[in-house]
Design a protein. Structure first.
Length: 433
């Protein structure tokens, strides 16, 4: 299978190139945004698309999307990581079940990180997370590195809104701690959204409120490269937060959007943490001292996040946490990052954010292309990771095994619960309003 710019009629409808929310006749753009912001997720989609089931293809187009070169999409569904079993005790499994267990980045960009635009595996993936004890997922529909046009971002969100509206008995959009409590009481999987980057704001801080109302809990400040906010983690200049970036942090604080410094350069991260009046998170990063790779965060950033009252959540990408680029990421390797951060700042500031991708074929293949090398300029290391299928355990695959590792090393049941989601729940209670 190859990915290129030409699409069949079906693909063209399912994978739109561009979008802009056009204001209804007789209203200004600002009036439209204000009305849109005041509404909930499904209702807001209906305002744009009408009361019938949302379709991304119905949204008018004005902005260009990412031009994707042709490349072969290989099949990595049978890599060893996907079938690996992490043994866990019944005690550990019970702790995961009884905790407010959360994944602060379930990376499922639509449609590229699903088997097809219809994503038939969606229900199974959600069911596995819930069965393992997860109460809340931060689902990532879109990213600056792919189609970050308003049409692309909105189309991806609409996919999720439709999935949630089809099964309101199973899923609930959560915008605050009370929503999480309600989802748990109703035995539903809580879902909120995130975007990896800031392109969806179109350099307009007023857009923060719009996406916040639609269920976005945080958006990364930068994705690897420099943007209008500041430097990404692969920028050697390591520049700081821009004037616009400062305005954006203020808007995040104003609207209750979490500031997230994953994928962001060190100085921009430190500037953002200093600027924010609210706790800051790193939703899916390892400890640089354990794995010396650009995607990990330094001791200075870990300490600053903790001092802000935030959370440093660990991802599960094997090559990011273990520089040997393993075929299977071990629970021991993940624990080394957990333990290091906990020793540095305390377990109250460490969390879980898997960065798991349901269907890895597109992403693993793309990383091996020149475009992938431009997004991850690391001398071919990410290409080698891609050739292995980007080994990353699913959150439901490894969570209980990590609890066992923590228990074996003297962490209490309460410590484990904090790591699994209690710490993030605390931050959500402080920031989301």
């Amino acid at each position: 299978m190859r990915r290129n710019d030409s699409k069949t009629p079906t693909e063209a409808a399912a994978i739109p190139d561009v979008v802009d929310f056009a204001a209804p006749a007789g209203s200004t753009r600002r009036e439209f945004i204000e009305a849109f912001t005041a509404m909930g997720g499904a209702a807001a989609a209906a305002m744009v698309l009408g009361p019938s089931k949302a379709s991304a293809a119905d949204i008018p187009a004005t902005n260009a999307s990412v031009s994707m070169p042709e490349f072969e999409i290989k099949d990595y569904s049978d890599i060893p990581q996907r079938s690996h079993v992490y043994p866990a005790s019944s005690e550990a499994e019970a702790i995961v079940q009884s905790s407010k267990t959360m994944d602060t980045l379930f990376s499922a960009i639509w449609p590229d990180q699903w088997s097809s635009p219809e994503a038939p595996e969606f229900a199974d993936e959600m069911a596995r997370c819930k069965a393992a004890g997860f109460k809340v997922l931060a689902v990532c529909p879109s990213a600056d590195s792919l189609d970050a046009s308003i049409r692309g971002v909105a189309g991806a969100l609409i996919f999720y809104l439709n999935k949630i509206s089809e099964r309101p008995d199973l899923y609930k959009i959560v915008r605050n701690a009370s929503d999480i409590d309600a989802a748990i009481k109703e035995d539903k999987l809580g879902i909120y959204f995130t975007h990896q980057g800031t392109a969806l704001f179109e350099n307009d801080v007023d857009m923060v409120g719009l996406w916040r109302q639609l269920g976005y809990g945080y958006c990364l400040l930068a994705y690897n490269q420099r943007n209008s906010v500041g430097d990404g983690c692969f920028e050697t200049a390591n520049g700081g937060l821009t004037a616009y970036g400062k305005q954006l942090i203020d808007a995040y604080n104003r609207h209750g959007m979490l500031v997230d410094v994953s994928h962001t350069g060190e100085q921009t991260s430190l500037d953002a943490i200093e600027r924010s009046s609210q706790p800051v998170i790193s939703s899916h990063s390892g400890a640089l001292a354990i794995a010396d790779y650009q995607r990990s965060i330094s001791d200075a950033v870990i300490k600053a996040i903790a001092e802000s009252g935030g959370v440093c959540s660990l991802n599960l990408v094997g090559a990011f946490l273990d520089k040997s680029n393993p075929d299977i990421l071990t629970a021991d390797a993940v624990f080394r990052h957990i333990d290091y951060m906990a020793e540095l700042v305390g377990i109250d500031y460490v969390g879980f954010g898997s960065d798991y991708i349901p269907n890895i074929n597109f992403t693993a293949s793309l990383i091996q292309t020149p475009m992938g090398a431009a997004v991850f300029p690391d001398g071919g290391y990410s290409a080698e990771m891609g050739a292995k299928g980007v080994p990353t355990p699913a959150p439901y695959q490894i969570a209980a095994a990590l609890v066992d590792k923590m228990l074996e090393h003297g962490y209490s049941d309460e410590d484990c619960s904090k790591f699994l989601g209690g710490n993030m729940y605390r931050v959500i209670g402080e920031v989301w309003r």
